[in-house]
Write a protein that binds this ligand. Sequence first.
Ligand SMILES: Nc1ncnc2c1ncn2[C@@H]1O[C@H](COP(=O)(O)OP(=O)(O)OP(=O)(O)O)[C@@H](O)[C@H]1O
Length: 565
Amino acid sequence: MSDLLRLLKLFRPYWLWMAGSILLSLASVLANVGLMAVSGWFITAMALAGLAGVSMNYFTPAALIRAFAIVRTVGRYAERVISHEATFRLLAELRTWFYRRIEPLAPAGLAKAHSGDVHARIGADIDRLELVFLRVFAPVTVAALASLVVIAVLFAWHPLIAASQAVLLALAGIALPVLVARAGSAPSERLTHQGADMNTKLVDMLDGLGTLQAYGFDASHAARIDALTGDMIAEETRLSRLSGLSIAGVGLATNLALLAAIALAVPAVRSGALAPADLAMVALLAMASFEAIGPLPLAAQSLGGTLASARRIFALADGTPPVPVPASPAPLPRVAGDVPALSFRGVTFAYPGSPRPALSGIDLDLMPGTRTGILGASGSGKSSLVNLALRFWPPDAGSIFLCGTDVATLDPEDVRRKISAVSQHAHLFTASIAENLRVAAPDAALGKLEEACRIAQVHDFIAAQPDGYDTLVGANGLKLSGGEARRIAVARALLKEAPILLLDEPGEGLDRATETAMLDALFDATRERAVLYITHRPVALERMHALLLMERSRIVDRRAGHQMG
Ligand SMILES: Nc1ncnc2c1ncn2[C@@H]1O[C@H](COP(=O)(O)OP(=O)(O)OP(=O)(O)O)[C@@H](O)[C@H]1O
């Protein structure tokens, strides 16, 4: 229930749209009830007048019928337009809200979540929340209001018929949905989790299809997906049976309402308590009022799954960002020649759950206009330096300073604005080369992109492609070699005009001549910046002003560049 209330609170900015949609829906439901009732009365009254050979005023009922028909048609159309507009606005709001909540969690806070699962939450789960308004909130409100109006009108004609209607409406509109909700909530909830599981498995399978095939594991993975599909079909079947039964239940109640109204109205007509033409009106009014009740069992059935989706969304969105944003962040400091652009002081850090530290007592200064090389065996902590500099994780002890200001007092996003980084697994988006480059500089002209790519020694390769900079790189840069992708990532880092450049093995996979050309052009273009360069390659080491050697999370040796080798 608290999840439902929280959701409704999120919907609050759109209450006008929702109120409009509910009012229109109520108007069209009541117009339909009115149309049926007045038509029934009109036809019977005309027939009776004909039999009795008397004339009657048919202008007023005919005008009423026409008015009800117009309100019903226009109301339904407008209600669809407004309710869908309201729903799309709600969904857009929810997606933006969810993205804003999970963005500060990335990447550390999302490390445990599978990308397919996050995708399922931002896609299918949020989509399912549309049902809260469209299938639950709106129909329940409309049904309650329409039923009250119908019972009040019937009461004026015949209190006993009104009472029988109230009982049947309560049975079909309250008791039946409660039963359906009980029976349907478990399968509907299971289906939500299975859908997310399916998404996770499919994304995993597509990401690693090559590996699965190479190890001959694709058939067993497909069998697991088959089994999950079978489970989902079983739950769907259960829910379809339930929805069939609930539709039959509402149908039964509708017909019982008609029978009850006729059974009570006939003696009333005989005794003269009810006019003969009113019999048809009352009977049709009773029957038509069930239109508003019809969607309620389905609403109840979907509630379990919808709330499960809401819980999945809140669970992720409520995660605490690993690096807290200060309540009033300090202003970004300016780069000054005599202050280190980035420095670590006694920084110690272990990844959550890891038994040993990735960094221990790190002291490090990156001065503007200098290049610092970092050497070290695999797992010695080199990339962790970059992760902490980018504020993806906070240090457990010690401090990091950006141009002399403790980064703990700054907004992590501001810190990242000052740093350009190429990690070992630099990500390329499924887009063109130009779009991938413009991630760093959205307004950069083509000439600027070319300049950066020339420095990264990848321009000739791009220019030789039939589509040049519009060449699509494929999912995750799959259409490029590892070296090409990394050089595009280097060009992208260059395009971001940040005073600190952190490069993790950018020369990996390049031949010596290309690497030399890239380094010379790169270091020439970044003369003013503070550069941290993680590498094992001699060509790069020769060009460093200072070298640090890391071993098992510590800096164990420091030398000036020329002392190395
Ligand atoms: N996201 C993570 N979660 C948990 N442990 C991690 C994570 N990333 C790295 N580690 C661990 O932290 C230690 C340091 O890793 P790091 O990636 O910094 O080493 P590295 O020197 O860059 O290695 P390589 O040269 O192989 O990239 C390793 O023991 C590694 O297993």
